[in-house]
Design a protein around this ligand. Structure first.
Ligand code: SAM
Length: 319
């Protein structure tokens, strides 16, 4: 119901309007009256809309998170969930039986590398980038402030996509120079997502492949929602590359949903790990698992902060 209401832009139609009757919403959106009424009732039952005798209106949360131009709009992520993740989750049973991603079943083609699949068409790529942008904007402040990063002069956000976290970092740490490093297909499409009219230091965008190419120099390497896309073997390749260019005292900042060590408490993160199963070769990991990976590459003093938001943060320093 949430996905379809977003896809039909129901929350956009109701924004800034008085309550509307189902018949008026159906007329504006171009849908059936009986189907629209049931969808609106379901959304009201879920607490996404308010229903009064005058009609339906958005809740404050719907205005903030569900309209396409809301302050913390998750519209992009919800459309990606509807169009891409829902077909994958339909194949969860096969994913569990086979222990592998389900791209071939959901989309009827042989799976390549995860990001080659995303970036094969401009439409799918832009939808993915909009999804990452919306969810990164929601978590950026908590990620940027989980630790005091003012000791670092430069940061490189590896797989930093549209720069949502990078822009938050330069606002909070005006002396920090931030570079976003991502695949060329992504970097070529970042301009649409840049904030307008900000008086902060600009962010630099560099394209490349973090498994193969030289990494930009930085005091702090950031990996936000990157390690969970990959199996341990690939993570070792990436961490050893970072370790090779990192001087003692430099660090890595990870932003991921961190599982508890017994993998039984944080249900959102545990479900996110199923999400990784259906679409990637990666998984969510516990604090001890991340610590183990990092320590093998000389990153010690590993500190973990649970933010209460959708991403937790791990900071470690090269010794
Ligand atoms: N860091 C962003 C965030 O937290 O929202 C985006 C996370 S997204 C799940 C993973 C990002 O890694 C994508 O932007 C993708 O293009 C990038 N990426 C994947 N493989 C890469 C590679 N080999 N080299 C550079 N970037 C890569």
């Amino acid at each position: 119901a949430l996905f379809v209401a977003c896809k039909l832009k129901i929350f956009d139609h109701l924004k800034d309007k008085g309550p509307l009757k189902a018949v008026d919403v159906a007329h504006e959106v171009g849908t059936s009256v009986c189907g629209t009424e049931r969808l609106l009732d379901a959304c009201a039952g879920l607490g996404l809309l308010e229903k009064t005798p005058q009609g339906y209106s958005n809740t404050d949360s719907a205005n903030t998170y569900l309209t396409s131009d809301g302050e913390y709009s998750l519209h992009g992520y919800i459309i990606h969930s509807n169009d891409h993740l829902w077909p994958l989750f339909t194949n969860l049973e096969s994913a569990v039986k086979e222990g592998s991603r389900q791209n071939h079943r959901a989309f009827g083609k042989k799976a390549e590398d995860l990001f080659k699949d995303y970036y094969h068409s401009q439409e799918v790529k832009q939808r993915f980038m909009a999804a990452m942008h919306s969810i990164a904007h929601l978590t950026a402040r908590d990620v940027a402030t989980a630790f005091d990063l003012s000791q670092f002069k430069s940061a490189c956000d590896l797989g930093g996509c549209t720069g949502a976290l990078a822009h938050e970092l330069v606002q909070i740490y005006p002396n920090l120079k931030v570079t976003v490093f991502d695949l060329p297909e992504v970097i070529a499409n970042t301009s649409y997502f840049q904030p307008s009219g900000q008086h902060t230091a600009p962010v630099t965008f560099v394209s490349g492949d973090f498994f193969k190419d030289n990494l930009p120099e930085a005091d702090l390497y950031i990996l936000s929602r990157v390690l969970h896309d990959w199996p341990d073997e690939k993570i070792h390749v990436l961490l050893s590359k970072i370790s090779a260019v990192c001087k003692p005292g430099c660090g890595i900042l990870l932003a991921e949903m961190v599982l508890d060590d017994e993998k039984k408490k944080r249900s959102t993160a545990l479900l996110q790990s199923l999400n990784m199963l259906v679409q990637t070769e990666g998984k969510e990991r516990s604090g001890s698992e991340y610590r183990g990976l990092l320590e093998q590459h000389g990153f010690t003093n590993v500190k973990i902060r649970l933010t209460g938001n959708l991403l937790d943060v791990i900071l470690c320093i090269k010794t």
